[in-house]
Design a protein around this ligand. Structure first.
Ligand code: PAF
Length: 258
């Protein structure tokens, strides 16, 4: 596996693969890899000649400096997992190299990005859309893979790719869950043992037959602080129920078809 730290070198290498007629699948991540990320890599390996990943904890998408500081970093384990998965290329950008402009240029969406998570995490999706645009410009990918756990992110990225006539297909991949039903997330690393026991209730409750009001009450009774619990409908897919909750300091999101 090749590890590249210079974005321009990465751009050159991916361009060479593309020119040689090799298809490229890309899985952008912020590290702290789990089975969810690895499932995206496996899918990419089945569908492309070359599979690339990036590990970049993107400061621009954190509205809260403490959240950025506490974001889990598991570099050694990540490398072992990527090698075992048979990854071809990893972009691990050097400090400062992704924002030569100091983040003075941004990709901004003005409607959906202000709702759901966007209502509570100011500027979060500007950061996500901007960094993914940069990563796609660098990677020349035929396909980029994103998990359905981040449903709002996925919809925004799919619409952005359409809006900017991007050449990369945005491929949605099903949420990977623990046996308990808990959606895998890098943030689960920060749950205490007690919180870990409670966390699977999130999925159990939102996938139940209860009304949204009953769900909220039941979640609060279990010790969750509910940030939002709201239905989302778009032209491309069936209605979903999207949820963001806190257990202690850990923010968890999940969604189900409604
Ligand atoms: O979903 C994530 O891990 C991040 O938002 C992404 C897409 C890698 C952009 O930093």
């Amino acid at each position: 596996m090749q590890i590249i730290r210079n974005p321009l070198e990465w751009q050159q290498q991916t361009s060479t693969h593309r020119q040689a007629g090799r298809s490229i699948g890309f899985v952008p991540t912020m590290g702290a890899l789990h089975e969810g990320h690895l499932s995206l890599i496996h899918q990419s390996k089945q569908e492309n000649d070359i599979t690339c990943t990036s590990i970049f904890v993107n400061p621009a998408q954190f509205d809260n400096p403490e959240d950025l500081e506490n974001y889990p970093v598991t570099w050694d384990d990540d490398i072992v997992a990527l090698e075992a998965a048979g990854l071809d290329m990893l972009l691990y950008p050097a400090q400062g190299s992704m924002y030569p402009d100091n983040y003075t240029y941004k990709v901004v969406e003005q409607e959906l990005s202000r709702e759901f998570c966007g209502e509570f995490r100011s500027g979060h999706f500007d950061g996500v859309l901007t960094v993914v645009t940069k990563l796609l410009n660098l990677t020349h990918a035929d396909r980029a893979y994103f998990g359905e756990k981040d449903w709002q992110q996925l919809v925004l990225l799919r619409r952005m790719a359409e809006a900017f006539f991007m050449e990369t297909d945005i491929v949605p991949c099903p949420t990977v869950r623990a046996d308990s039903g808990l959606a895998l997330s890098s943030r689960n690393e920060n749950l205490t043992p007690d919180e870990r026991r409670i966390a699977p209730w999130l999925y159990k409750i939102i996938s139940s037959e209860m009304t949204v009001a009953e769900m909220r009450e039941t979640l609060e009774g279990k010790g969750f602080r509910v940030e939002y619990l709201k239905e989302f409908e778009d032209r491309e897919s069936k209605k979903r129920l999207l949820a963001a909750v806190y257990l202690g300091n850990v923010r968890l999101i999940d969604n189900v078809e409604r």
